[in-house]
Design a protein around this ligand. Structure first.
Ligand code: FAD
Length: 496
């Protein structure tokens, strides 16, 4: 609603920092820098989180498989971040136990799993009842009866967190804006501007109205994830260290068709591992990991991706026989990895890296959703040092460990559950089903109060509109099998 004044402000003022890219990385940097007192602008060419940050597995996780690759530092760093981000947004980053089945001839044996999970918990500082447990075959089948009884040996059960990646990005962005940053979406950075050979801003286009604008900044950070090399190429600073993009696909099934009860991380015949995660009446399965050179604005799920994931699920859950016709929905995204000579897609490190060019352009790439806060801290430290050296500007140290990611934070996860319980009768009075409480709280936290009171305040038309929306949510949760077909008249994947 304040787009016109925001555009005017962007083109008239000089910023300490201009961030290009509004995924989790850009949002994290905006929050870190603004909360230290820097004057920050951010531009995003589409919706915030429209890139990889809405296409992930939606886990805030330490990356158990990176232990196998001996990436101890990475596992420690992101492992410890999990609990911290949960504390900053307990309604949005939710504890989820993960089951790691042990299968005859599988990747991990019992002892390797015990040592692996012990190390994983130790590095991440997991304590008390959240620590991992090894389960025997019977305990495992009680938790998840669909697992293959003939080859199942037992399982490890360990703590992770799940989130909504796009919502997390939006909350970080909103928090950055509350701290004074000016983020604007549908603004494309077309080219970098230079003064005396040093990058001094960007020439941008308002994608909605087609107008051009120049944004001036002392420092420019390229946080465009998979698109990073486009700006680096323009800057003449594309070196051997370049992006290596790999595509990751997820498929969504109805929980009626794939009735697993428990989040599972399991072996795939080619030696990789994938997740199956139950959520709101559905189960999503992913991911693939294949090199990608196609159009970044049109990433397609292909038949090969579907058959790879279907084969994996049908193999792990032998009583299930899923076919392409059972796929309700899907999403595909690309990982912005950093090329490493001689390594395959799955072997390449998920570590983040900062590149600084001769023109002063800073690029931050790689990394994980889970590590966004630490990535932001590292690059903002660099920005802060440069602003001090070149302009004599002094800013405070990083504060984001203690900045909640919502206006009315919950003090604990228990407080989230209590709030959700209290919401159920309030919704019932309005004729809204109980599970909508979870949907509202996991998306909007205590802002649900504001949503409900706005609904009331806007009279009957708004109530009818909201109820229509909730009916859709209801319908999805209760009868997801042919939801898409009922709504659109077509299936995502037509059987041959
Ligand atoms: P993006 O989210 O892609 O953001 C870059 C943004 O820049 C885009 O929104 C784009 O529109 C914008 N942009 C590009 N060019 C311009 C321009 N010229 N002007 C303006 N804007 C521009 N991590 C986890 O921690 N947990 C997981 O479970 C997990 N699962 C994953 C599963 C898959 C399949 C994939 C692909 C990744 C997964 N990751 C996971 C990694 C994580 O999702 C990414 O590391 C992270 O989202 C990258 O965020 P980003 O902000 O760097 O990039």
């Amino acid at each position: 609603m304040n787009r016109a004044p925001a555009l005017a402000q962007l083109s008239t003022e000089t910023y300490d920092l201009l961030i290009i890219g509004g995924g989790i990385t850009g949002a994290g940097v905006a929050l870190d820098a603004a909360s230290r007192g820097m004057k920050v602008a951010l531009v995003e060419k589409g919706d915030f989180a429209s890139g990889t940050s809405s296409k992930s597995t939606k886990l805030i996780h330490g990356g158990l498989r990176y232990l196998k690759q001996l990436e101890i530092g990475l596992v420690r760093e992101v492992g410890q971040e999990r609990a911290l981000i949960h504390r900053l947004a307990p309604h949005l980053v939710i504890p989820e136990k993960m089951l790691l089945p042990l299968i005859k001839g599988g990747t991990f044996g019992k002892w390797a799993t015990t040592i692996g999970l012990f190390t994983y918990d130790l590095l991440a500082g997991v304590s008390g009842k959240d620590r991992f447990r090894m389960l025997d075959k019977e305990e495992t089948l009680t938790l998840e009866p669909l697992l293959p009884t003939d080859v199942l040996l037992g399982a490890g059960l360990y703590a992770e967190y799940r989130t909504d990646d796009a919502r997390l990005t939006i909350e970080v962005m909103k928090t950055a804006a509350r701290h004074g940053a000016l983020p604007l979406n549908y603004v494309l950075a077309e080219k970098l501007n230079y003064t005396d050979g040093k990058v001094s801003g960007a020439h941008c286009r308002d994608v909605l109205k087609g107008q051009s604008l120049d944004i001036s900044a002392k420092i420019v950070v390229n946080a465009t994830g998979p698109w990073s090399d486009f700006l680096r190429k323009q800057d003449g600073s594309l070196t051997d260290k370049r992006m290596y993009l790999t595509k990751g696909v997820h498929l969504v099934f109805s929980q009626h068709k794939l009735p697993i009860r428990q989040a599972i991380y399991f072996d795939v015949p080619d030696g990789r591992m994938i997740f199956a995660i139950p959520r709101q009446g559905t189960v999503y399965v992913g991911t693939t990991d294949t090199p990608y050179q196609g159009d970044l604005d049109d990433i397609q799920v292909e038949e090969g991706d579907v058959s790879y994931l279907l084969e994996a699920v049908n193999q792990m859950f032998p009583t299930i026989d899923l076919s392409p016709a059972d796929v309700l929905a899907s999403w595909a995204g690309v990982r912005p990895l950093i090329y490493e000579e001689g390594k395959t897609a799955s072997e390449i490190s998920r570590k983040d890296e900062i590149f600084e060019s001769e023109s002063g352009l800073l690029t931050i790439a790689g990394g994980k959703l889970t590590g966004y806060r630490v990535m932001a801290e590292k690059i903002t430290n660099r920005v802060s040092k440069r602003l001090a050296k070149a302009y004599g500007l002094v800013f405070s140290d990083c504060k984001t460990k203690d900045i909640p990611l919502t206006e009315q934070p919950f003090e604990s996860y228990q407080a989230v559950l209590d709030y959700e319980q209290k919401l159920v009768p309030v919704l019932a009075e309005k004729g809204i089903a109980a599970h909508v409480a979870r949907y509202l709280v996991q998306n909007y936290g205590r802002r649900t109060d504001a949503i409900l009171s706005q609904m009331e305040g806007r009279g009957e038309a708004a109530l009818i509109k909201a109820e229509k929306h909730f009916t859709k949510v209801n319908e999805w949760v209760e009868q997801p099998d042919d939801f898409w077909e009922r709504r659109t008249g077509r299936r995502l994947f037509q059987p041959d």
